[in-house]
Ligand binder design. Structure first.
Ligand code: AHR
Length: 524
């Protein structure tokens, strides 16, 4: 036995010093049984006019000393480009239902208020053209959230005409005068936001009436967006599993099933934050194993929630034409002391990295129905990828998870089976290991494996059927503590490290450190 352990240790290049003997987990991957496509849009982002999410996070203005391109900070653009962000939802959130697009175009911008988020002045200097330029700079698609709460169908219809008309209408000419003669592409349109709450406290019947009107009249005129390039419309969906949300999904899906030729939708939104207690939220830093375990238990409830709403959708839409779009998700903690509570500023720790991986894995396993998701939010707000402080920028542990998962974008899901074991702390018991597999366009196999257990390393023995790899190489992300964070002064506490291991007789053996996420590819 002792001799075998020594052999294993030699095979493994991930060198760690586990305090206790590694737990063994068997994982089987059958590459010959590929599943559905993992839509790259599940790696979407969300940028709301909230705190420093847009102003300072993206926009510093062309006259800023912070290096920028047409007002957009270069450090943030470069960081986001590496993530291959597929789409960005904008301008909200709750903000969207009070946003009037005309205030954000042209040389003179109106100064308005942002009553949802700290009551601060909204300068409107980041508006339609700046958003589209920002998308262009990072190579992402637009997911526009239109104002259903306090706007009108005419206002939204004119916004879309302004953006997309190719003929010389007055609005198209105004767009050209403002610097963009060619029509813009708007790939996704959100028809309202949380209309059951901050979006207008609507009943589902009232919302459905609005949905049909907005769907009919808010048109995309871009000639390049016909056929399979058509703009996809996403209706407001549920925000949890309470009876009112079950009824909401049921009613919207039934309305869709009974639809007439004059309206349609392609997506139903789902919002679900990991919070534990809304009234007394967890801290984002300075916590221990108990809060780690409880928070991850709560995040894993995403799976049951998706199952619940998918089951309803399946009854009305067995062909899965309508995507479930999880366009707000992520951790929501207490605001950091000393910050404006309306700015939703929190730290981002190793726990958030593990949480991100677990949720992405859930979306991947639901790839047939979940075809888009947007983590909240991209910069400086809630579970951010990036944090800034004036000219300084730091990449969070969550950022690195998104980077490690890039190869899963548009890859084919490969199911894995494993005896995950369990990790128990107090009254919380979780699967010790979670894993997903995928094959990219070149046929390469990728595995993403999370060891939730913060105390024990895990030895994964993977049997590969239908794959003839010789090596596995990739990266692992872990840190000294469950609440380790990257700061402006110490930005490299939670960063990925390279790992590699040989494959012998179709078996890939990897040692995963406690509380870690590892992504490897199988190489010939
Ligand atoms: O992401 C913050 C807020 O959370 C959004 O504005 C809203 O849609 C949700 O309640």
């Amino acid at each position: 036995m002792r001799k075998r352990l020594v052999v294993f240790a030699l095979l493994i290049v991930i060198v760690t010093a586990p305090l206790t003997l590694a737990q063994k987990v068997q994982l089987a991957v059958d590459v010959s049984r590929p599943g559905p496509k993992i839509d790259r849009n599940i790696f979407g982002q969300f940028a709301e006019h909230l705190g420093k999410g847009v102003y300072e996070g993206i926009w510093v203005g062309p006259d800023s000393k912070i290096p920028n391109t047409r007002g957009m900070r270069n450090d943030v653009i470069a960081a986001l480009k590496s993530l291959k962000v597929p789409n960005i939802r904008w301008p909200g959130g709750c903000f969207a239902d009070e946003y009037h697009w005309r205030k954000g175009i042209g040389p003179k911008r109106a100064e308005t208020l942002n009553p949802n988020w700290g009551g601060v002045i909204e300068p409107n200097t980041f508006g339609t053209h700046e958003f589209m330029d920002f998308l262009d700079q990072i190579g992402a698609e637009a997911y526009l959230s239109i104002n259903v709460g306090s706007g009108t169908p005419q206002e939204a219809a004119e916004w879309l005409e302004y953006l997309t008309a190719s003929q010389p209408t007055t609005l198209a000419k105004e767009r050209a005068a403002n610097g963009h003669p060619a029509p813009y592409k708007i790939a996704y349109l959100g028809v309202g936001n949380e209309s059951w709450d901050c979006g207008g406290n609507m009943t589902v019947d009232y919302y459905l009436d609005q949905l049909k009107i907005y769907n009919r009249f808010v048109r995309n005129f871009n000639p390049a967006q016909s056929g399979n390039q058509q703009m996809l419309k996403i209706a407001v969906g549920p925000g949890g599993d309470e009876p009112r949300f079950i009824e909401w999904t049921e009613a919207v899906m039934k309305a869709w099933q009974d639809r007439k030729w004059s309206w349609d939708m392609q997506g139903l939104s789902l919002h679900n934050y990991t919070v534990v207690h809304w009234d007394d939220k967890f801290a984002s830093v300075g916590f221990g194993e108990t809060e780690y375990a409880q928070f991850l238990k709560s995040t894993l409830e995403m799976d049951a929630l998706i199952n619940k709403h998918s089951a309803i959708m399946d009854r009305y839409d067995p062909q899965k034409k309508i995507a479930l779009v999880v366009d707000e998700w992520g951790s929501w903690y207490k605001p950091l002391p000393g910050t404006n509570a309306g700015f939703l500023v929190q730290q981002n720790s190793l726990r958030d990295a593990v949480l991100a991986a677990l949720n992405i894995n859930i979306f991947i396993r639901h790839a047939e129905r979940v075809r888009m998701a947007n983590i909240a939010q991209m910069i400086n707000v809630l579970q951010a990828m990036i944090m800034t402080d004036k000219e300084k920028m730091v990449l969070t542990p969550t950022y690195y998870i998104y980077k490690m998962y890039v190869p899963f974008q548009d890859a084919t899901f490969v199911p894995v089976t494993l005896n995950a074991g369990s990790y128990t702390h107090g009254d919380v018991s979780l699967p010790r290991v979670d894993a997903v597999g995928a094959r990219d366009a070149s046929g390469k196999l990728w595995l993403a494996i999370t060891n939730i257990d913060p105390n024990q390393s895990v030895e994964i023995e993977t049997t590969l059927t239908g794959s003839t790899g010789k090596w596995a190489v990739g990266e692992t992300l872990t840190a000294p503590k469950v609440d380790s964070v990257n700061t402006f002064d110490a930005p490299n506490t939670v960063v990925p490290r390279r790992v590699s291991t040989s494959i012998q007789a179709g078996r890939l053996t990897l040692k995963l450190e406690p509380k870690s996420v590892t992504v490897v590819s199988v190489e010939q």
